[in-house]
Design a protein around this ligand. Sequence first.
Ligand SMILES: Cc1ncc(COP(=O)(O)O)c(C=O)c1O
Length: 396
Amino acid sequence: MSEILRKQFLQHVGQTSPEPMLVEVERAEGVFFYTPEGKPYYDLISGVSVSNVGHANPAVVEAVCRQARDYMHVMVYGELVETPQVEYAKLLAEHLPGEIDSVYFLNSGAEAVEGALKLAKRVTGRPEMISMQGAYHGSTHGAMSMMGGEEHKSAFRPLLPDVRQIRYNNFDDIQLITTRTACLLVEPVQGEAGVIPPAEGYLEALRKRCDEVGTMLIFDEIQTGMGRSGELFACAKYGVVPDIICLAKALGGGMPLGAFAARREVMQALTHNPVLGHISTFGGHPVCCAAGLAAARYILDNKLVEQVEAKGALYETLLADHPAVVEIRRSGLLLAVELGSSERMFAMMAMFKEVGILSDWFLYCDTAFRISPPLTITDEEIRDSAVLIRQCLDRL
Ligand SMILES: Cc1ncc(COP(=O)(O)O)c(C=O)c1O
């Protein structure tokens, strides 16, 4: 990377941390991205669970070009009939759990969460909202209020009132959900806490309690959705149907797209008292919907979801016996490789950069590194990247 570009990036592009990775991307294809010098990097993050169908997937690229030629933005979301939105909503409705059949498109995960919270308050008329310790739902004020890590939100208070966190996987805390509670927001598998799957019977117990007290159960499947967990939606893995489901990340096939979905009767609440209860200029952008639709069809047509469990298990088998690995937590192709200390994890990051692997750690767990490659990764690429990972582990 040229010194000028490096300086311009640091000077003019808003920064998120004191030490960005500073690797320049020239192009990306499949499970790799390449620097201008031609160095390949295994993408073991997928833009944080976005590129499920691989980079520059021809089906997605073609859909984007076609839609951009036909029309891009025309009118705010919800007024005109735009075929890519309609077709994508219909396809999602065919695969979403239970009777969920209405999809409200937005631009990002945080926005999907905001819409879902508002819908729950509007439908129940209740003030309180509950989420989980260790949860991540996005960086806007509402989503951040539902975040589980005090360290990340205290600098931004005051946040939303009447919000509380309960302990994920703790059955006693379920009683704290009461008739005051509008909604319970939960990731079926906690992502940024370091990949924590639900305890046996936990999601069922949440569903039961929400039914008892009339609280809306919202699943945040922004990270687990679109096949990453080994089912198209993780809730299917556990047989629990939420009232509202939030999607984003891989939903847009690499373009920015978020959504919350519910039964149509529920969703209709946003159309009156007040009218335009939730609106967005760019929500469900036709190019993003066309890209997402092409990606979803690619996932279904190529039976990607059916291969996820075996691919995740292969990574686990290839890495778990290394003496430096404390444990591997996994849901499908979302893995946290626990090293036991942040020093060791950061040492791995430096070595990964050298050998050509893109990984990172988790917002609330910096002792483990992430493996969440495109679902299109081949067994050979899994074996090859695991060899590189083991070489780094050897040097710890
Ligand atoms: C579970 C979960 N919810 C919500 C979000 C926020 O999504 P976005 O960054 O698109 O706002 C994320 C992002 O990492 C996430 O992992």
